[in-house]
Structures are given as C-alpha cells and as structure tokens.
Design a protein around this ligand. Structure first.
Ligand SMILES: [Zn+2]
Length: 142
C-alpha cells in the first residue's frame, strides 16, 4: 500500500482510499477524465422526511435518503441535475472541472429543495411553493 498526500489537507493517506479519512475530500480521478461529484443530504429532522430523487443528465437516477450521500462519477463539462420530491423540483446546471461536493436539504420555510456547495451555472426551483405547503409538511420548522 502506497501513501499519497491529500491535496486538500496535506495528510498522508492510502492510495487505495476513495475519500481522505482526515478531511473527507474525494480523491481525484483526473487521469480518467472523470470526477467524483458527492451529493450529501444534510441532516435534518422532520416528522415527514421524504426521499429526494436525483436525475443526472435526464437518464441516470439516484435516490437520496435522509442522512445519506451518493457519489456520481461525471466527465468534465456541463451536466444537468434535477432534484425532486413530490411536486418539488430543483434543477441545477453544473460545470464539472474537479471533484465537487454538493449539499442538499429541504428549506424549512418554503419546502423547496435547496442545493448548494458547487459552482452554480444556473438553478431553478419549481413550482414556487408557498409557506403554507412547507408548514404542512415540516412540523416544527425553525
Ligand atoms: Zn485530506
């Protein structure tokens, strides 16, 4: 087992690792022209905490359970991700140039799916959801 240096935190880690155990950064796969996009569902406590479906480039579907993350290998360039749960849908267009982390959570006030932590090209939420619907789904709120 060889040791390599994590480019993020500088700690020596196994070259077999997929994620730095020290800082959590995914290791680069640039020799294959592919990067790891790690999508993490932020920890939130709700009585109702539905799954979020992630559709990448209109064909590849992933399910994001609560308190979980998925790794999506993507080639360099533009990709589309749609995060949906029931009638809530957030579409993001991303430009992949490196390994990246994306954080996803429900907005407690509006019920919309908030997506952040990446280089945004554009993002649209649909439909525009009133606070009433969010309040009905998410007991407790802020
Ligand atoms: Zn590290």
């Amino acid at each position: 087992m060889a040791l390599i240096k994590c480019s993020e935190c500088g700690k020596e880690i196994s070259d077999k690792a997929t994620i730095c155990p020290n800082c959590g950064m995914p290791l680069r796969l640039e020799d294959r022209g592919t990067y790891d996009v790690i999508i993490t569902r932020e920890k939130q406590w709700f009585l109702v905490n539905p799954k979020i479906k992630v559709t990448v480039d209109t064909t590849n579907e992933y399910i994001l359970e609560k308190n979980s993350s998925i790794t999506v290998p993507l080639t360099t360039g533009a990709h589309t991700m749609v995060f949906s749960s029931g009638i809530r849908k957030t579409q993001t267009n991303i430009d992949v140039t490196e390994n990246m982390n994306i954080n996803v959570k429900f907005n407690r006030a509006t019920g919309e799916i908030d997506v952040n932590g990446y280089k945004t090209v554009s993002q649209t939420n649909s439909p525009n959801i009133s606070i009433g619907i969010g309040g009905g789904l998410f007991k407790g709120g802020n």
